[in-house]
Design a protein around this ligand. Structure first.
Ligand code: SF4
Length: 137
């Protein structure tokens, strides 16, 4: 298995809604690569941190002084952690985190509560459908 992966908590939602759209070809390519890795290895260990992660490197909002979206994305991160009952620095598998995001945020209809103010919100709301396979596990 790959070494532990750092993920911003709200990226658990972004990954769930990714359809190949993004800020730039480089961003989309990196996002698709990371998502493929996570889907192929749900036992991948992740560390949830409210700071730059594996997806931020190719983002145009990622500047030397930090994320230009600033407090907004920290608010998304904090909401995801609180709703999932986790803390900054939590270590778990991708599969565990994906299940928490699904059950406590998406199935509960709380996407807009977490992501209000994101430019992609309407798109993400339009493509969400519950993951039926979680009910079988
Ligand atoms: S609305 Fe924005 S922050 Fe929320 S999942 Fe979609 S892209 Fe990510």
């Amino acid at each position: 298995m790959e070494e532990r992966m750092t993920l911003r908590p709200h990226h658990g939602l972004c990954i769930r809604h990714f359809t190949g759209k993004g800020y730039s070809p480089g961003f989309v390519e990196n996002m698709a690569r990371v998502i493929t890795q996570l889907h192929d290895t749900p036992e991948q260990e992740i560390c949830l941190r409210m700071r730059e992660d594996i997806l931020c490197g190719n983002c145009p909002h990622n500047e030397p002084g930090g994320c230009t979206s600033g407090q907004k994305v920290r608010r998304y991160d904090a909401a995801v952690l609180a709703l999932c009952g986790l803390e900054d620095g939590a270590v778990l598998t991708w599969g565990e985190f994906e299940r928490l995001v699904e059950e406590r945020i998406l199935s509960a209809g709380l996407l807009e509560t977490v992501c209000r103010g994101c430019q992609w919100l309407a798109l993400c709301q339009s493509i969400y459908s519950p993951k039926s396979n979680f009910a079988d596990n």
